[in-house]
Design a protein around this ligand. Structure first.
Ligand code: MN
Length: 196
């Protein structure tokens, strides 16, 4: 059985930008539901979850859409929680160097990421992904994962209404801006260090 990732901080760690109530419901209801659904769909976990997208054709045809959706839901939420922390942290090492080369500066990278996130329509995510050693900022709908496109997800913001509605109601732009008070690129830096 796939186990739900442990939240890397207490529910109130992202206050005041994301409330403890939002984190609690988002993690214990939404994130957990994708994991529960995945376990119901897959009796034997023959693949580590991050290998499901590239092996989706090994599953029975009638379950593929549901398995991919729920595996993506788990993976995207795992990454979302790892993309934030109480104090927030800028990128380091090779990732910082690559961000500076690609976007001019970390501040400019943030501006481009925010602009991209504000453009997403419907439910989905904005990701920073590694395409080999190159960086791309991309939007994907619903629970699609960059892994389905052969890309390595490094960092993400969840743009589903459940991520912000209790705190911001319809003001998604404000959530996207305040997210950056908690954005943490430590995990992204670690992943990138090993693939570049
Ligand atoms: Mn979510």
């Amino acid at each position: 059985m796939y186990k739900l990732m442990k939240l890397p901080y207490p529910y109130d760690a992202l206050e005041p930008d994301i409330s403890a109530r939002t984190v609690n419901i988002h993690y214990n209801k939404h994130h957990k539901k994708y994991n529960d659904n995945l376990n119901k769909l897959i009796e034997v976990d023959i693949y580590p979850i991050e290998q499901i997208p590239q092996n989706i054709d090994k599953f029975s045809m009638d379950k593929r859409g549901d398995i991919l959706y729920n595996a993506g839901g788990v993976l995207n939420h795992d990454l979302y929680w790892k993309s934030m922390s109480k104090i927030g942290t800028a990128p380091s090492g090779k990732l910082l160097k690559k961000i500076n080369n690609t976007y001019g500066s970390y501040d400019n990278f943030k501006r481009i990421f925010i602009k991209k996130a504000k453009m997403l329509t419907g439910s989905g995510y904005t990701f920073l992904v590694a395409n080999n050693s190159n960086l791309t900022i991309m939007n994907l709908p619903n629970q699609e994962t960059p892994l389905s496109y052969g890309l390595i997800p490094l960092f993400t913001i969840d743009l589903w209404e459940h991520a912000y509605y209790l705190d911001y109601q319809n003001d998604r732009d404000k959530y996207i801006e305040n997210f950056w008070n908690k954005a943490d690129l430590t995990y992204a830096s670690q992943i990138y260090e090993n693939i570049s």
